[in-house]
Design a protein around this ligand. Structure first.
Ligand code: ATP
Ligand code: TYD
Length: 240
């Protein structure tokens, strides 16, 4: 990419496109955990995450979910519709793992039926505090109808993704998504990848996601690659 990024996040760089209303998102090989305290570069990670994100955006679109995805330009770069991002991390939990087990008396792996939705306020300086509907409305981030619409869409996304993974021998434990606005509509943005989901092999219980990196559980790239192979029919992408 020649031009300066508009925005350089922890794992993706966002560039302006020549096409008004569109942005270029490049999935880098940087991986971080624990609020950026642990950092590494894993050559090829960005390609895997871009492939899975693009695949799920198309899968969700084909089931009626509006997303920002436009098309891939190369194996780690996608064109998306430019959104005014809503600064919320919308987290869906089908089983207890990670921060919810640290903060509340749940047993690791405990099933949530119905799933639990948790929202964090995206604010690095404040370490992304958990937020609730009243605070979201008091901060003027969203109104009641918008919050309800996001919850409904989020549960539908969870149903679609959980079913897709289940059929391929993987449990979707939890995941994080972000939404943004354009022309009065709310679209799913950002990414859906092994960095933003917890995935457990249904037979072995093995982690196939960023927990492999967080807790040094083995070869991160090999775990990500196995998800790609199981999820994307006929995947033949390479490392780039
Ligand atoms: P975090 O990891 O906490 O989500 P980050 O900023 O480090 O934050 P990256 O994924 O590296 O995350 O950066 C991508 C940035 O691009 C995010 O801030 C995300 O909200 C933003 N973004 C994603 N999709 C769009 C879009 N369609 N339009 C505008 N911005 C977007
Ligand atoms: P969570 O358990 O809250 O955080 P941690 O990984 O620190 O224990 O994470 C729940 C899910 O949401 C998990 O799949 C990772 C994803 N997630 C992100 O992708 N980005 C984030 O900033 C957070 C907080 C979670």
């Amino acid at each position: 990419m020649n031009s300066e990024p508009l925005y350089e996040g922890k794992a993706k760089s966002v560039y302006r496109s020549e096409q008004p209303g569109e942005l270029i998102v490049r999935f880098r090989d940087d991986i971080t955990a624990f609020d950026g305290e642990k950092k590494d570069v894993l050559s090829g990670k960005g390609v895997f995450n871009a492939a899975v994100s693009a695949f799920f955006f198309e899968h969700l679109e084909s089931h009626g979910i509006a997303t920002h995805f436009v098309r891939m330009v190369d194996e780690r770069t996608m064109i998306v519709r430019e959104l005014a991002m809503i600064p919320l991390e919308v987290i869906v939990r089908n089983r207890a793992a990670g921060s919810i087990v640290r903060r509340y008396p749940f047993a690791e792996g405990q099933v949530f039926d119905p799933p639990v939705i948790v929202m964090d306020f995206k604010d690095d300086a404040r370490h992304d505090p958990m937020i609730n509907d009243d605070i979201i409305m008091a901060l003027d981030l969203l109104n009641r109808e918008e919050i309800d619409a996001i919850r409904k869409t989020t549960l539908e996304i969870n149903r679609l993704l959980s079913a897709y993974f289940r059929e391929r021998g993987i449990t979707l434990v939890d995941f994080k998504i972000e939404f943004g606005k354009v022309g009065g509509a709310i679209l799913l943005g950002d990414e859906i990848s092994m960095d933003s989901m917890r995935l457990w092999d249904r037979e072995t219980g093995e982690s196939l996601d960023k927990d492999v990196y967080r807790f040094d559980r083995g070869d991160v790239l090999s775990a990500y690659g196995r998800v790609v192979q199981r999820i994307i029919p006929g995947y033949s992408g390479g490392r780039g």
